[in-house]
Design a protein around this ligand. Structure first.
Ligand code: SAM
Length: 282
């Protein structure tokens, strides 16, 4: 039996049955449009037999679309009512037992996933979208690629190149792991409740080889955070505290790393931050 997707009426009925009133705190805006969930799966290029992880499956609309493509899904949901109901929804919609694992957990803290998923597909809870993405990329090295729906401003940041107005700490940190690009816009009308922000799809592909060790990453991210904490300041000032305590010590390290001391953080690529951190660590 093929997998059947959830309709808008069915989603509201399910929520009523579970006594779920979508909350802002958990970023609960459910997609009630079959074309949208199919589009996300299409953009993610999910194929039969792949192992996909979904963060925040909610009532299951996107989950069923991923399963419809023949992939198996590990879904991480923080809301117990939603996590407990999802297996029954899936089996009532034609999903074979064994194709779906539901993990009831906070995605920000999860450290183990069944099924070793290689693809991430999610309509992310907006309040935690960047930390959850960075946590997953850091914790699950077998994740090769993904497509996520996020608030438009966040998506534009994640995909921004150095030098662009919206380039910031999330852009530089995301680039540590791979390449990111905007992959489409999503109408507010496909959600219930309708959010007061626009949404976009962002895709990423992890680099073939890791850029550095965990120690190097931690040191590099500390430099990134310091540079963007005072983004209008020149690097020799913004990084003074992090790089030896004075703007002179910072200038010397920056020069050694081949970075102009009067530049600003928004001009630097992740490789530049990495070199600064390496020189500072000696
Ligand atoms: N995937 C569903 C859809 O597209 O209709 C729901 C998406 S909704 C934007 C976000 C979902 O993430 C909700 O189901 C919410 O309960 C869940 N969620 C929020 N914070 C979470 C967290 N820290 N860990 C796991 N799930 C979370």
């Amino acid at each position: 039996m093929p997998v059947q997707l959830l309709g808008a009426g069915e989603i509201r009925a399910l929520a009523a049955e579970l006594d779920v009133t979508p909350t802002k705190k958990l970023g609960q805006n459910f997609v009630v449009d079959a074309n949208t969930v199919r589009k996300i799966v299409h953009v993610a290029d999910v194929s039969a037999g792949e192992s996909v992880v979904e963060i925040g499956p909610g009532l299951g609309s996107l989950t069923l679309a991923i399963l419809e493509a023949g992939a198996r899904v590990t879904a991480v949901e923080i809301d117990r009512r939603l996590a407990e109901r999802l297996p029954a929804t899936a089996s009532a919609h034609g999903v074979t037992a064994g194709e779906l694992d539901v993990v009831h957990a906070d995605a920000l803290r999860v450290t183990e996933l069944p099924g070793d998923p290689t693809v991430l597909v999610a309509n992310l809870p907006y309040n935690v979208s960047v930390p959850v993405l960075l946590h997953f990329l850091e914790t699950f090295p077998h994740l090769q690629r993904g497509v996520v729906m996020v608030q438009a401003e966040v998506g534009e940041r994640l995909a921004a190149p150095p030098g662009s107005k919206v380039y910031g700490a999330p852009s530089a940190k995301a680039a540590w792991y791979g390449r990111w690009r905007l992959a489409g816009t999503v109408s507010r009308q496909v959600f219930w409740p309708v959010p007061n922000v626009d949404s976009v799809l962002v895709s990423f592909v992890r680099d073939d080889a890791p850029r550095g060790t965990e120690e190097e990453r931690v040191r590099t991210f500390a430099v990134v955070d310091a540079a963007f904490r005072q983004r209008r300041k020149m690097l020799r000032q913004a990084l003074a505290e992090t790089l030896g305590g004075t703007s002179a010590s910072a200038s010397a390290i920056l020069e050694h790393a081949g970075v102009v001391a009067t530049a600003r953080g928004e001009e630097l690529a992740i490789g530049d931050f990495q070199r600064i951190a390496a020189v500072a660590a000696g």
